[in-house]
Design a protein around this ligand. Sequence first.
Ligand SMILES: Cc1cc2nc3c(=O)[nH]c(=O)nc-3n(C[C@H](O)[C@H](O)[C@H](O)COP(=O)(O)O)c2cc1C
Length: 335
Amino acid sequence: MFKRNLEIGGLKISPPLFLAPMAGLTHSALRQLILDFGPVGLLSTEMLSASSLPHENSEHSPYLIRTQREKPISYQLLVFKVDQVERAVEKLLSLGADCIDINLGCGAPKVVKKGGGVALSHDPERLKDIVKAIKALCNLPVTVKIRLGPTPDVASFKDRCLFLQDLGIDALYVHARFDKEPFARPPKWEMAAEAKRVLSIPVIVNGGIFNSEDAKKCLDVTGADGLMIGRGAAIRPWIFRDLASKVYQFEVSNFELPDLSVVWMNFFHYLESLFPPERRIGRLKEFTHYFSQNYAFGNRLAMAVQRSKTMEEAKLRAIEFFMKNKNEHQVNKYE
Ligand SMILES: Cc1cc2nc3c(=O)[nH]c(=O)nc-3n(C[C@H](O)[C@H](O)[C@H](O)COP(=O)(O)O)c2cc1C
């Protein structure tokens, strides 16, 4: 049996399942939808720019809106310079963060150009100053999320992992793809396993986990202390319940495949009740892009919502799709 509990810098995590930070997706509506099915070891925000974070209003900002039940939660920082750290950490403390994660994996050109994400990952001195500054300002657990690096160079990957551990981080998330690899590529769990081999801090592996078979395989290959789920959580928000039960043998009360139209409508209502009107439709489209993959012809649902200009229009089109596809066998490729 896989180890069911984990501690990260004093924070107890159980089950050892983590929601991945995903821009435009990992927000309060998705987190709540997921929690409707059962607990998650550690929730997350999407990446938050350390420079704009201090100016965000926590009641209106779609990045910061959060309800009391969304705990424990890690806030992911996209940091560029050490002088951004103080105000960003102050803000996170005021928001009740349980953990701070540093993004070293984002390869988007505008982020890399400014020295964040992957670029920071390859700038050890600046990174050292940033981690040191965060740790000096708070007692929260500090984690780092990386990719495997630019090439399959195992020796330098291991060196980089050890360097991060020496900085005093409390856990490492390894997204098992190379720096520039698209998400469609198969994850390289064997290489992520090297991190677990050399480190004594917890190693959480991410990438390509969509069901319990993937999860077990990933744990077998890597020996990871926990698993982080990204797109799989938007496709099947009940995935944490399934993994808790089928992989970690936690008791769960309900195993049924939920009615997909109800899940989608619940997401819709969370958006309507939480977000300012102009912040809803984009998030509905992003979520539906992934969620529609539960259907054999889900691209029709995704397109229908994509074409919509308003929430009302999207709802009508989605209902039409759900009525037409009521009896259609839902794709079980993620089971
Ligand atoms: C739409 C989208 C947005 C993402 N945004 C972030 C982000 O803000 N921070 C981050 O570290 N990774 C981000 N990622 C990467 C995910 O956290 C994760 O590493 C990746 O999706 C691989 O995991 P998966 O195969 O389970 O989806 C994003 C991924 C997607 C699909």
